[in-house]
Design a protein around this ligand. Structure first.
Ligand SMILES: Cc1ncc(COP(=O)(O)O)c(C=O)c1O
Length: 414
């Protein structure tokens, strides 16, 4: 991502995009809403909001195995959404996409399934940069199976320490699971290189793309990654839906995750034959409407000039970063050009929660806390940070309103 400050690229009009989000015209505490919390969850365009309602209003039934018209229509829409997710990530086949409730479930699915075959002393590589969703499922394996977690370090500028990564491999390494973009700092990892190194050791790798897939174009074939997790609500889609990409050969070798309807070939009193991927991993009634909503959201995202959106978000991030750097009591966590539209910072002597609450008085929504990434907080000796995160609908006015509110909050606190 390159930085050409302030001007949105000509092929992308953030104001036109903004107009598609009804919620962004509301006020909060008497001020125009300045929504800078999209890394936690993005707002929804009208096409997604209406699409969800339309589906339930016009054609709703349970999917698969149905013999009536609406069941078939709904199955078509649901499987169409799977095709859309496959197109979004450029998978070889739509059967490599498993619908999950989010990135959290996608990662739990992989950890639980591969974990069944791991033994005491086997090693899993992860990093200090991970969201708890990509830590706790692996802690389960540490607690339950005696698996050893090998932690890759993070440099002072927030980048993943590649030397620490290469040194983490041993003959006992069985799996690598790493973030593609930090939700705390916005720092990107060199995904292609991470995959290359893991494969040089014959180890499969999962990338947590919860943030990266929002701020850039992800091509799983080009990355050659084995598993890739995304979550719908950060991609302008509904909550309760996400997806796991798995290379066909990996999914074919993977144990089922949950048992129930839809995931079997046949069941008798003494035997069960599992269905093929992706259905083997989708036990029970799936999140039908949510998946269809995710499909609509991704079609909407893909209709934008995504490179231009990424540059726009990057420019806003750089503008805010430069403005905050003028305060010598502000520390930017993850200060490197290799990042997307997220700014995380702390201010000496001020609690991030106080700042966020005071800024909310002026309609500015930012997040404060540990961002579900305690190991990264520990790495930077921070208990919490304040985080502003950008999406396609943010504009330079949002940055200015943030700075005005920040200045007022500082004055109040100091
Ligand atoms: C980097 C990262 N990974 C995983 C998750 C978990 O996503 P979800 O809660 O939607 O499953 C998040 C959500 O904040 C995230 O930012």
């Amino acid at each position: 991502m390159s930085a050409s400050f302030l001007q949105a690229p000509a092929s992308f009009d953030p104001y036109a995009v903004r107009a598609e989000f009804p919620i962004l015209s509301r006020e909060v505490n008497g001020f125009a809403l300045t929504y800078l919390d999209s890394a936690a969850s993005a707002q929804k365009p009208a096409c997604v909001i209406n699409g969800l309602a339309d589906q339930m209003r016009t054609s709703y039934a349970n999917v698969h195995r149905g013999l009536h018209t609406m069941a078939n229509e709904c199955t078509e829409a649901f499987e169409g959404a799977r095709q859309t997710v496959a197109g979004f990530l450029n998978t070889k086949s739509y059967e490599e996409i498993i619908f999950t409730s989010g990135a959290t479930e996608a990662i739990n699915l992989v950890a639980s399934s591969i974990g069944a075959d791991l033994r005491e002393g086997d090693e899993i590589i992860l990093s200090e940069m991970e969201h708890h969703s990509n830590i706790v499922p692996w802690h389960f394996l540490r607690e339950r199976k005696g698996v050893v977690l090998k932690w890759v370090g993070v440099q002072d500028d927030g980048l993943l320490d590649m030397q620490s990564y290469t040194q983490a491999f041993s003959a006992k390494t069985r799996f690598v699971t790493l973030s593609h973009m930090s939700n705390v700092t916005g720092v990107m990892t060199d995904a292609k290189e991470l995959v290359k190194i893991a494969h040089a050791h014959n180890v499969p790798i999962l990338l947590d793309g919860s943030q990266a897939a929002v701020h850039g174009i992800v091509d799983v074939q080009e990355l050659d990654v084995d598993f890739y997790a995304i979550t719908g609500h950060k991609l302008y889609g509904p909550t309760g839906i996400g997806a796991l990409y798995g290379k066909a050969k990996r999914l074919n070798a993977l144990r089922p995750y949950q048992g129930g309807g839809e995931m079997i070939e046949s069941v008798s009193k003494d035997k069960v034959l599992y269905g093929l991927p992706p259905y083997r991993f989708e036990a029970g009634t799936p999140p039908i409407v949510q998946a269809i909503g995710l499909g609509i959201a991704l079609e909407w995202v893909m209709a934008l000039d995504r490179q231009a959106v990424a540059e726009h978000e990057y420019n806003l991030m750089r503008q805010l970063t430069q403005a905050l750097k003028k305060y010598n009591d502000v520390r930017i966590i993850g200060d490197t050009p290799a990042k997307g539209g997220v700014v995380s910072f702390d201010v000496q002597g001020m609690h991030a929660h106080d700042l966020a609450q005071l800024m909310d008085r002026y309609g500015v929504a930012v997040r404060a806390g540990n961002h579900c990434a305690e190991p990264l907080m520990q790495r930077f000796s921070a208990t919490s940070t304040c985080r502003a995160s950008f999406a396609a609908y943010n504009t330079v006015e949002d940055v200015n309103r943030f700075l005005e509110a920040f200045e007022k909050a500082r004055k109040f606190l100091s």
